[in-house]
Ligand binder design. Structure first.
Ligand SMILES: Nc1ncnc2c1ncn2[C@@H]1O[C@H](COP(=O)(O)OP(=O)(O)O)[C@@H](O)[C@H]1O
Ligand SMILES: [Mg+2]
Length: 280
């Protein structure tokens, strides 16, 4: 479990995290959704003991993040931009450098390379890897120690949809295996598809939280159903009894083509709350 209470962090005079509180439950994929500059990376650095903060409290698995020991940190798997790869080494060697420090079972590297589908490229020099392969190797490095908590900072940013989906699948499997996942993203589709619980972050402040679907329903002010018929008729109906007659009629006449509720997506919700887009 991760717990944050009234946490603030400044760089100079700029408050980057401004009194934020949140709880991450066991067995969930928790997402921090916000645009560039919101403070997402800063929060991961605070939670993993890489960065000091002025006020408030933060703990991961009941340990105060200001007092994390080396042993505590071994329970974390971290994937973020400033943890680079050794371009001149191959995939296996990159992980070996890392596991030599941490100490893992003998075949852990082979297993994790298979998990991220890089087993066939284990001996290939990383400088020859595609962006997607590098990203999967960076994920492998976070996974190889079998951490209890995974911190993933924008794990699929800039990747093609197929690689992003593969990474999502790996993350879901680790969740099933009991790992707590804390990830950041500025991509609402990723947040919606992957996360059980979301916190929307803007300029260091939490503006909303909840399950993705629940959030969209909470901000569904229009409550409308959009119906199209096979002959091209299009109707926008309110959630009211009168709409039932129309829907029943076109169903009886066999004319229904599509029917959708028109709740907002996360981008629209974020825009309503902040006046900003998620992706600049
Ligand atoms: N080391 C630092 N020194 C000064 N300002 C920083 C530093 N790291 C981040 N910031 C500032 O803090 C804000 C939040 O940054 P960051 O946590 O990286 O946001 P995000 O990851 O959501 O894009 C930004 O305005 C950024 O410029
Ligand atoms: Mg960031």
């Amino acid at each position: 479990m991760i717990s944050v209470k009234d946490l603030s962090k400044s760089f100079g005079t700029k408050k980057v995290l401004d009194g934020i509180s949140m709880t991450v439950e066991d067995g969930e994929i928790f997402g921090l959704l916000g645009p560039s500059g919101a403070g997402k990376t800063t929060l991961i650095r605070v939670l993993t003991g890489q960065l000091k903060f002025e006020s408030g409290e933060a703990s991961v698995m009941d340990k105060d993040v200001r007092k994390l020991s080396g042993e505590d940190k071994k329970q974390f798997g971290i994937m973020m931009d400033d943890f680079g790869l050794y371009e001149r080494l191959n995939a296996f060697q990159n992980l070996k450098v890392f596991t030599d420090i941490y100490g893992v079972e003998k075949d852990a590297i082979d297993k994790v390379l298979a998990e991220v589908k890089l087993d066939r490229d284990a001996k290939k020099e990383v400088s020859k890897f595609s962006k997607g392969m590098k990203e999967r190797l960076r994920l492998a490095r976070a996974l190889v120690t079998h951490p209890q908590v995974l911190f993933l900072d924008e794990p699929t940013s800039g990747l093609d949809p197929q690689t992003a989906n593969e990474i999502h699948e790996i993350i879901r499997n680790r969740k099933e295996a009991g790992c707590i996942i804390f990830l950041t993203t500025h991509n609402m589709t990723e947040a919606e598809k992957l996360c059980d619980h979301l916190v929307l972050l803007n300029e260091g402040k939490i503006v909303e939280s909840g399950a993705p679907k629940e959030l969209c329903l909470r901000y569904d002010h229009q409550k409308r159903i959009e119906v199209t018929t096979v002959d091209g008729e299009k109707e926008s109906l309110k959630y009211e009894a009168a709409s039932a007659e129309y829907i029943e009629r076109i169903l009886r006449e066999g004319r229904l083509s599509t029917i959708h509720s028109k709740e907002p997506n996360l981008e629209t919700v974020f825009m309503e709350l902040t006046g900003r887009k998620l992706e600049a």
